[in-house]
Ligand binder design. Structure first.
Ligand code: 5GP
Length: 200
């Protein structure tokens, strides 16, 4: 009877732990599908085309924008990132749940197009913890860490536009909160139109 799926949008500052949380959610709820974004940034070591991202040349990405093949797109840290619309459309037609792990600019575009999308902001417990995480990750130079911290300051101001905020202080606790959000959202009466009609 539950024919519709939810569109779950996860954002948050770099280093907040969005990727780990999304992965944990996907492991817990096998009925959720992750949208693979397109990007013009080069792959990092260990990243696989079609698994982590669809790695595209800039001209191909721009063609996708022109042809309206992206549900949303944004320029983040000097590269393009976007959500291919076809996958999301297919999943929605099949009534499946989809997660988009995208930046705040993209998330707000999705909310405009799909007001029922559920926007979840993942926040680090403090600015100090975020800095420590970015430093201990060891992937970015000090100047890049400063840039990410000032982006985080801007992103945090957008958190109030989201439906939920999950503080990722401890991963297991944060996963439970995220799962609770998904489960509660799936109990909205709008998802049960078939069941309701069945009684008329
Ligand atoms: P990274 O390069 O570290 O994988 O991602 C950089 C940022 O781009 C992250 O904040 C990530 O959430 C965001 N991002 C990844 N895919 C998309 C997308 O399809 N659309 C938008 N708007 N942002 C994305």
């Amino acid at each position: 009877m539950n024919k519709k799926g939810i569109l779950l949008v996860i954002s948050g500052p770099s280093g907040a732990g969005k990727g780990t949380l999304c992965q944990a959610l996907l492991n817990e709820e096998q009925s959720i599908f992750l949208s693979i974004s397109a990007t013009t940034r080069p792959p990092r070591a260990g990243e696989v085309d079609g698994v982590h991202y669809h790695f595209l040349d800039k001209d191909i990405f721009e063609q996708m924008i022109k042809r309206d093949q992206l549900l949303e797109w944004a320029e983040v840290y000097g590269n393009y990132y976007g959500t291919p619309v076809q996958f999301v459309r297919e999943m929605q037609e099949q009534g499946r749940d989809v997660i988009l792990e995208i930046d705040t600019q993209g998330a707000l575009q999705v909310k405009k197009k799909f007001p029922l999308a559920v926007l979840v902001f993942i926040a680090p417990p403090s600015r100090k913890t975020l800095r420590e995480r970015l430093v201990s990750r060891g992937t970015d130079a000090p100047a890049e860490i400063e840039r990410r911290l000032s982006c985080a300051a801007v992103e945090m101001t957008l958190a109030l536009k989201y439906d939920y905020l999950v503080v990722n202080d401890e991963i297991n606790r944060a996963v439970v909160k995220l799962l609770s959000i998904v489960r509660a959202e799936k109990c909205r009466p709008g998802f049960f139109e078939g069941l309701i009609r069945d009684f008329s």
